[in-house]
Design a binder for this molecule. Structure first.
Ligand SMILES: Cc1cc2nc3c(=O)[nH]c(=O)nc-3n(C[C@H](O)[C@H](O)[C@H](O)COP(=O)(O)OP(=O)(O)OC[C@H]3O[C@@H](n4cnc5c(N)ncnc54)[C@H](O)[C@@H]3O)c2cc1C
Length: 458
C-alpha cells in the first residue's frame, strides 16, 4: 500500500507522529506543499521553511527515500497527488492554526484515500492538562506547575521508511512566491538562518554546554550573543520538537543544573500559548477579555508606518525593528519594548503589530504571536497590566547599558546598520542619515495611554 506523509511545518524525521504512523501503514511518499497564500501572508516564515527543505530532502535520501514537493492550495494538491499515486491514506499532523484543517478531509476522501491527523509532539497533547474544574489554564504559573508534574511522552525515534516502486513528479524545493514576497531580498535574511534538523540539535547542545548556567541573568540582554537558545525558528518550522528538547534537558534537570528550570519554563510558554489558541482560535483578531473590544486603539497610521520601518527616533524601538527586518528575529525583551511602544505610546492597535510580526518573523507561530501581542497590549489572559508602560529609554539603560545593541543597528558604521541600509526598499524613502523626531514624547505618550485606559476601567 502506498501512503502519503505530508510534512506540514514539521520538517524533521525525529519525533514525527505522522511519519511513524505512515511508515507502519505502507510505502511512504514524503510530501511538502508550498502554499502561495502562506508565502504571501508569512513571507519570512516561508523563506525559513524553504531553506530547511534541502536538508530534509538530504536526510530522506540517506534513507533511500525522497521528498516530493508540490505547489498550490493544500486541499487541491492532496486530492490530486492521492489520485495520481493511488495512495490509500494521507498522514499528517494537526493543522496550526487548527482552522486550516477545514476542507482537507473532504478533498482527500474525494480521491478515495483517508486523512489521518496526528498530534504535534508538543510537551503535552492539547487539552490534556486542565484545571481541577476541567478548564484550560489561563494563568501561566499553575499551568507550568501542572506540566512539570506530568509525564512528558518520550520523543518517537525515526522509523524505517520503505519506498514505493515509482515516484510522482516533484516541483523542486524552490518557492518562487516566497522569493517574490520577500521585499528586502532573499539573501538579506538568508545570511542569518541556520536551517536543518541536525543544526537545531547542535544549537541545543551549544546552549546547554555553554551559556545555560547564566540563562536567567543574561536572557534579557539583547546585546549578548547566544544568551538564549535561539531555537524558536527551528521549533516554529518543526526542525526539532519540544518533547525532544525536554528529553535532552533531563540529565541537567535531574542534576538541578543552574538555569535549566527557567529554560524549560520558558519552553512551556509555547505550549501555554497553544493551549489558549486551541480554546480561542480567534485569538489573533479578538481580545481575550471582551472589555477591551471598545478600547480606543488607532488603526494603521503614519506613526505605525515609521515603527515598522525602524524610524521612530526612539533608539531601542528602532534598533529592534531593524533587527527584525534584517534577520527575521527580534530579541524577546525588545519584542516587549517595541510592542509596548506601539500599543501604548503610539496608542496603535496591537493587531497592526501582530500583522507585521507575522510577515517578518522567521519564528512566526500563530499562537505565540497572538498570545504575546495580547500580553503586551494588556488584553490577554495573564497579560502585563496596561498601566505598566515600558519606558524604552530606561529599558535600554537596564538591558543594554553600554548601548552595544543599539549601536549595532543604529550607528551608521556598524555592521547591522549597514545591512539595514542595504535592505531598505527605495519605496520607503527614509533618510537614514537623519535622526527622526519622535511622534510624541515618552512622558506625553505614557500619559495619553493611561488616559485611554480609563475608558476600559470605567
Ligand atoms: C510581541 C511578541 C511576539 C512574539 N511572537 C512570537 C512568535 O511568533 N513565535 C515565537 O516562537 N515566539 C514569539 N514570541 C516569544 C519570544 O520572543 C521568542 O520565542 C523568543 O524570542 C525566542 O528566543 P529563543 O529561542 O532564544 O528563546 P529561549 O529563551 O531560549 O526560550 C526557549 C523557547 O521557549 C519558547 N518561548 C520563550 N519565550 C516564549 C514566549 N514568551 N512565548 C512563547 N514561547 C516562548 C520559544 O519556543 C523559545 O525558542 C513573541 C514575543 C513577543 C513579546
Amino acid at each position: 500500500m502506498t501512503v502519503i506523509c505530508w510534512f506540514r511545518r514539521v520538517l524533521r524525521l525525529d519525533d514525527h507522529p505522522a511519519l511513524v504512523a505512515a511508515a507502519k501503514d505502507g510505502d511512504v511518499i514524503p510530501l511538502v506543499i508550498l502554499d502561495p497564500a502562506e508565502a504571501r501572508d508569512h513571507p519570512a516564515s516561508a523563506q525559513r521553511q524553504a531553506m530547511s527543505l534541502p536538508r530534509l530532502e538530504a536526510s530522506l535520501r540517506q534513507r533511500h527515500s525522497r521528498l516530493i514537493v508540490r505547489r498550490g492550495d493544500p486541499a487541491q494538491v492532496l486530492e490530486q497527488i492521492a489520485r495520481e499515486t493511488g495512495a490509500s491514506a494521507v498522514h499528517t499532523t494537526v493543522g496550526f492554526p487548527f482552522a486550516s484543517d477545514h476542507g482537507l478531509q473532504a478533498a482527500v476522501e474525494r480521491s478515495g484515500a483517508s486523512l489521518h491527523l496526528h498530534e504535534l509532539a508538543d510537551l503535552v497533547p492539547r487539552a490534556s492538562v486542565l484545571t481541577k474544574t476541567g478548564g484550560v489554564y489561563k494563568v501561566f504559573t499553575p499551568f507550568w506547575k501542572a506540566v512539570r508534574q506530568t509525564d512528558i511522552a518520550p520523543p518517537l525515534p525515526t522509523p524505517t521508511i520503505s519506498s514505493p516502486d515509482s515516484w510522482p513528479d516533484s516541483d523542486g524545493t524552490d518557492w518562487p512566491e516566497a522569493r517574490a514576497a520577500m521585499d528586502r531580498g532573499w539573501d538579506v535574511m538568508a545570511d542569518h538562518i541556520r536551517p536543518g534538523e541536525d543544526e537545531a540539535m547542535t544549537r541545543l547542545d551549544e546552549f546547554l554546554d555553554g551559556t545555560l548556567p547564566d540563562y536567567k541573568e543574561h536572557r534579557d540582554q539583547p546585546w549578548r550573543p547566544r544568551a538564549t537558545s535561539n531555537l524558536s525558528d527551528a521549533l516554529a518550522v518543526g526542525e526539532i520538537s519540544a518533547r525532544r528538547i525536554w528529553r535532552h534537558c533531563q540529565p541537567a534537570f535531574q542534576d538541578g543544573q543552574k538555569g535549566i528550570d527557567h529554560f524549560l519554563s520558558e519552553l512551556c510558554w509555547r505550549d501555554f500559548a497553544r493551549e489558549l489558541f486551541h480554546e480561542a482560535p480567534d485569538m489573533a483578531s479578538t481580545p481575550w477579555r471582551p472589555e477591551w473590544q471598545d478600547f480606543p486603539w488607532k488603526r494603521d497610521n503614519n506613526d505605525a508606518q515609521d515603527w515598522r520601518r525602524g524610524h521612530t527616533g526612539v533608539q531601542m524601538v528602532d534598533a529592534g525593528m531593524r533587527e527584525l527586518y534584517v534577520t527575521g528575529q527580534m530579541h524577546n525583551r525588545v519584542r516587549m519594548i517595541t510592542g509596548s511602544y506601539l500599543t501604548k505610546h503610539l496608542l496603535t492597535d496591537w493587531r497592526v503589530g501582530l500583522d507585521w510580526f507575522a510577515r517578518c518573523l522567521i519564528d512566526w507561530d500563530a499562537a505565540s504571536n497572538a498570545m504575546n501581542w495580547q500580553w503586551v497590549a494588556g488584553c490577554g489572559p495573564d497579560a502585563s497590566p496596561f498601566f505598566r508602560v515600558f519606558n524604552p529609554e530606561t529599558q535600554g539603560d537596564k538591558f543594554d547599558g553600554k548601548a552595544r545593541y543599539r549601536d549595532h543597528w543604529l550607528h551608521p558604521n556598524a555592521e547591522g546598520a549597514k545591512q539595514f541600509a542595504a535592505a531598505t526598499p527605495r519605496s520607503w524613502q527614509i533618510d537614514l542619515t537623519h535622526k527622526p523626531t519622535p511622534a510624541i514624547s515618552l512622558a506625553e505618550g505614557r500619559a495619553r495611554a493611561l488616559d485611554a485606559y480609563e475608558t476600559v476601567k470605567s
